[in-house]
Design a binder for this molecule. Structure first.
Ligand code: FAD
Ligand code: NAD
Length: 462
């Protein structure tokens, strides 16, 4: 068996693993990265990037169709049709370009990339099965970045008409009717996209409202949009299984009444779980947090020189968190002093309208003495020129010193405000800092300034 050694061995080439490998190599640490599927991981291949590409394509198609049905903007479209195979090819092109980019960056930095599935032998040895057979790699530091996988519903495993987000992102044809189980991130992002592609969509959610993990006030414009788009929403319902002919989803509401939703495909989006089985992780007997690998504020596991980042370490399962953790671990291994102390991690849901949460909501801050104010996009010139007056920006700040502790927004294009929100919180900005900054006109960003002005009692445009 081929044997070799390295300083840092990374298992998993997703955002957590590849960023760690890249940063470590930049800092002169001999680094090997093992990836069994494709560089870029879930995010780049079957997650963030392909979903946003599909959402964009669906939005363009929907606009064309709406203009075709009579447009207040004066645009006339005689007919709009969709070649879904071409849409998927376009999306795949973006993925291939980005995955190739990650490979090029790793190569340039001097990271050894091994294509194959890693199996842990012990905390310093990993066996890799690749095209040339098994090999053993010994390391000083082992970084676990194996990510997560979709959760299946009991009695309804993935296969046939029951699909996960991965299959939903590469359809060879579109279903006529799609049932979506779970009204969280994936269910709503992809449910809305499919609806805009012309599919009849019904969403089934166990809780009493959509996006139940998010602030209720923020999700109201999303619920209104689901109604406007003609998406059926079944709240407080549990899934009983497929109909006898496999062309319907049986659900039961809180009163025990059963309904069959006609569906030729069922997208199950009820969460993701850390990938902890099948690659020898259990041999390390690490301390766990439920199904996630427990880490401390330096991403150290309970075993010396074994580190873990990203979805494997639990919530929030977001690519930007994984990347930031990966970079930190690389710097620690290279001898820098680092600790995990972000003031806030932004969360964005790419629904229509988009939802952004950074830091504390008024509810989170209820125990502290805080002020909050919101500014509606209906009073923002740019939002009106985009024909998207729904939604608002909200700020939460400490009453005592006006230090900003949270931002939330819901609205068309609101995802792009996440940068301003995160920066102001990370830099310890006060309401006066944002209120006193000249924001370009006409932009959605002016709503950020106006929210801060309103919290200070001196809004100009509302
Ligand atoms: P992953 O990206 O899952 O990467 C893990 C890698 O490890 C994989 O490539 C896997 O093949 C490899 N691997 C696992 N085991 C082994 C082994 N034994 N040997 C070798 N290789 C192995 N997050 C956002 O922030 N924004 C979004 O818009 C967003 N959209 C999403 C949309 C969808 C449909 C999905 C499913 C997820 C989305 N996410 C989004 C979440 C995001 O994809 C994850 O948080 C992120 O990919 C986690 O990165 P990671 O490095 O921890 O793991
Ligand atoms: P999620 O946790 O966002 O939503 C799952 C939803 O399913 C919840 O509303 C839950 O109440 C519901 N649910 C659970 N069991 C159910 C059942 N049996 N019947 C009906 N409803 C049920 O999970 P997800 O949408 O699968 O996404 C997984 C993870 O991927 C997210 O938590 C997030 O970390 C990541 N993600 C992020 C983005 C983004 O950042 N824009 C996009 C997609 C995915």
């Amino acid at each position: 068996m081929n044997k070799r050694s390295t300083t840092l061995l990374v298992i998993g080439g997703g955002p957590g693993g590849y960023v760690a490998a890249l940063r470590a190599a930049q800092l002169g640490v001999a680094t090997t990265l093992v990836e069994g599927a494709r560089l870029g991981g879930t995010c780049l291949n079957v997650g963030c990037i392909p979903s946003k590409a599909l959402i964009h394509a669906a939005g363009e198609f929907d606009s064309a169709r709406r203009h075709g049905a009579g447009s207040a903007l004066g645009i006339r479209v005689s007919s709009a049709s969709l070649d879904i195979a071409q849409t998927v090819r376009w999306k795949d092109g973006i993925v291939a370009r980005l995955s190739g980019g990650v490979a090029a960056l790793l190569r340039k930095a001097g990271v050894e990339v091994v294509e194959g599935w890693a199996k842990i032998v012990d905390g310093k040895t990993v066996e890799v099965q690749d095209a040339n057979g098994p090999s053993r790699i010994a390391c000083e530091h082992l970084l676990l970045a194996a990510g997560s996988r979709s959760v299946e519903l009991p009695g309804m495993p993935f296969g046939g008409p029951v699909i996960s987000s991965t299959e939903a992102l590469s359809p060879s044809s579109l279903p006529r009717r799609l049932a979506v189980v779970g009204a969280g991130y994936i269910g709503l992002e992809l449910g809305i996209a499919y609806r805009k592609l012309g599919v009849e969509v019904a969403v089934v959610e166990a809780m009493e409202r959509v996006l139940p993990a998010w602030d209720e006030e923020l999700t109201k414009p999303v619920s209104a949009s689901l109604r406007r788009l003609g998406i059926e929403v079944h709240l407080g319902c549990t899934v009983q299984g497929l109909g006898a002919c496999g062309d319907a989803l049986r659900i039961r509401n809180a009163r025990g009444e059963e309904t069959e939703l006609p569906a030729d495909r069922v997208l199950v989006a009820v969460g993701r779980r850390p990938r902890i089985e099948g690659w020898g992780l259990e041999t390390l007997m690490l301390e766990m947090d439920g199904r996630a690998v427990r880490i401390d504020d330096r991403c150290r596991t309970s075993m010396r020189n074994v580190w873990a980042v990203g979805d494997l370490t639990g919530e929030p399962m977001l690519a930007h968190r994984a990347m930031a953790q990966g970079a930190m671990v690389a710097e620690l291994i290279a001898g820098k002093r680092r600790r995990w102390t972000p003031a806030a991690i932004p969360a964005v849901c790419f629904t229509e309208p988009e939802v952004v949460v950074v830091g504390q909501t008024p509810e989170d801050a209820a125990q502290a003495d805080c002020i909050h104010a919101h500014f509606p996009f209906a009073a923002n010139g740019r939002a009106l020129t985009l024909d998207a007056p729904e939604g608002f920006v909200r700020v939460v700040a400490q009453r005592e010193d006006h230090r900003i502790v949270g931002w939330q927004a819901v609205g068309h294009g609101a995802s792009e405000l996440a940068a301003a929100f995160s920066q102001s919180i990370e830099m310890g900005a006060c309401l006066e800092d944002v209120a006193g900054t000249i924001h370009a006109h006409p932009t959605l960003g002016e709503a950020v300034q106006e929210a801060a002005l309103r919290a200070l009692g001196r809004a100009l445009h509302v």
